[in-house]
Design a protein around this ligand. Structure first.
Ligand code: BES
Ligand code: MN
Ligand code: ZN
Length: 509
């Protein structure tokens, strides 16, 4: 699907379909008003039949409107004109895109961009960003593994977004550039996450890193650390988790070097890449176990973010690490009761082999010390407890450094990829006490998302660190079942902000 921004003249130009908004109580938007004038009152007369009220997401497709050069007109309900927020805007765009796609229309010009007048705190920049990002969300399909190759291609091919002035076109082009990179990153994360565990193993993750390096050879290099090197490094926690799997554990490192003034310290992302989490000897119940193929969504999001960084050529140094492995039961498996020595030298008593994420992450956190990081952010489908605490809308955010947490919360707000911060306290830390080793790998029944982060915090004391628990947000299981690509959007925004790229060029008042 191709996007463009342009100044479109309703009277003089023609296209297949024009998309315009209708507000509640059948009030016309600016473009609808104009079309009504051109068609000598046709739009108002149609609305008088009460075919569409203007409630959010309502649609009405009109053909052969008098004096209108375009073949059809899609009226779309936008709710109350005074209070369109981002969530509602998403519904509007989603409905518009799906209606067009279902009717087989290939080309459209969208006037919903004028809604920024009503989008609180918004601007042309954000309006274009959100329109493109939400459209891609609505159009995403995962068809790679269907045997019938004749799945009809998406009908909708081109959308032009109307902007009123030259100045807006400049801002819009800039915004479009950002969002096209972000949606490409989200797509990589989704596709990778949706791949089944018999295909997507740690080696497959490494191949995706290699693909990025091939594509962006001037800025990205990659290498992976296998079991032999992990043994030499003393990464015994990481190795324990993958021990019973037929697939080798592999940690893939993706290094991006942008144009920076000095040898800027890198921003590091670490993604949990458990390509299947059976629970190991502490086996999970059978029901829904297939969903544990998504236990590598953190790693997939890291791959997606690296794509965005490279595509936008951000003036930063960024390192992405995908911590790949598979947690299986078997004769070689690590067991409850085992005591393992981590790369940091701290010892861990394994009380549950299903708390494996923290074990691969703790050694990875120690490994990245060598890069002298500016900040380290890990992304992990770490705990069912986080889903209980926050549900499916907010990712958990935990950090040892308030300014970093604030930066991430601001980026979450801007991107609509929400987080909620949870605390890390000494009291919670105590729940990890073990009388056998330095710590246990689980902290008991309560505050599971927090005690998991407490565990990680013990390995992240040498730098500024944040942890995103995406167990509730990385995939969904409604009718649109599948990976969400979160938190690629949030992390991309975080990096765009850090690059000092302008996103607030213009505010509407
Ligand atoms: N990958 C799971 C966490 C998870 C569970 C994510 C459900 C999404 C949905 C993780 O490895 C795990 O099994 N965590 C355990 C920890 C427990 C043993 C302390 C959990 O949450 O039950
Ligand atoms: Mn587990
Ligand atoms: Zn897991």
């Amino acid at each position: 699907m191709k996007f463009s921004v342009k100044i479109y003249n309703l009277e003089k130009q023609s296209t297949t379909c024009i998309i315009v908004g209708i507000f509640e109580s059948r009030r016309l938007s600016l473009a609808a008003e104009q079309l009504d004038a051109i068609s000598h009152g046709y739009i108002r007369s149609i609305l008088n039949y009460r075919t569409i009220q203007g409630n959010i997401g309502q649609t009405l497709l009109l053909h052969d409107v008098p004096n209108i050069r375009s073949k059809c007109l899609l009226l779309i309900g936008c709710g109350k004109s005074s209070e369109i927020n981002l969530k509602q805007y998403k519904i509007i765009i989603d409905r518009a895109i799906n209606t067009l796609n279902n009717t087989g229309i290939a080309e459209a010009v969208c006037f919903l961009t004028e809604l920024n007048l009503h989008l609180k705190g918004s601007s042309t920049y954000w309006n274009i960003r959100k329109t493109i990002e939400v459209s891609h969300e609505a159009l995403y399909r995962f068809n790679h593994l269907k045997s019938k190759k004749k799945i009809p291609p998406l009908a909708l091919r081109k959308i032009a977004l109307h902007l009123a002035t030259r100045r807006e076109i400049n801002i819009g082009t800039h915004a479009m550039h950002h969002s096209l990179a972000i949606v490409a990153g989200i797509k990589i994360a989704k596709d990778l996450s949706n791949m089944p565990p018999n295909i997507c193993n740690a080696h497959y993750l490494a191949l995706q890193a290699q693909k990025l390096a091939d594509l962006y050879s001037s800025t990205i290099t990659t290498y992976s650390i296998g079991e032999k090197q992990m043994t030499e490094l003393g990464m015994h926690a990481y190795l324990s988790v993958g021990r019973a799997s037929q697939n080798e554990s592999l940690m893939s490192i993706i290094e991006y070097k942008g144009k920076t003034t000095k040898n800027t310290r890198p921003i590091i992302f670490i993604g949990k890449g458990v390509t299947f989490d059976s629970g190991g000897i502490s086996l999970k119940p059978g029901e829904g176990m297939d969903e544990m193929k998504y236990d590598m969504c953190g790693a997939a999001s890291v791959c997606g973010v690296m794509k965005v960084v490279a595509e936008l050529n951000l003036p930063l140094n960024v390192i992405g690490v995908m911590a790949g492995c598979e947690n299986m039961p078997g004769g070689h498996a690590y067991r409850p009761g085992d005591v393992i020595t981590t790369m940091s030298g701290q010892t861990v008593e394994v009380l549950n082999t299903d708390a494996e994420g923290r074990l691969i992450l703790c050694d990875t956190l120690t490994y990245v010390e060598r890069f002298n990081p500016d900040v380290v952010i890990d992304i992990a489908t770490l705990t069912g407890a986080c889903v209980v605490a926050l549900g499916h809308h907010h990712s958990g955010l935990l950090s040892n450094y308030n300014p970093l947490a604030k930066e991430l919360m601001a980026a979450a707000e801007q991107s609509g990829d929400h987080v909620w911060r949870l605390p890390i306290t000494e009291e919670h830390q105590k729940q990890l006490d073990s009388n056998i080793a330095d710590m246990a790998n689980i902290g008991g029944r309560y505050a599971g998302a927090i005690t998991a982060a407490c565990f990680l915090e013990r390995f992240a004391r040498k730098y500024h660190w944040a942890h995103l628990d995406i167990a509730g947000t990385a995939w969904k299981f409604d009718q649109n079942k599948g990976a969400t690509g979160r938190p690629v959007s949030l992390l991309s925004q975080f990096l765009i902000n850090r690059s000092g790229l302008n996103t607030e060029i213009e505010y509407t008042t």
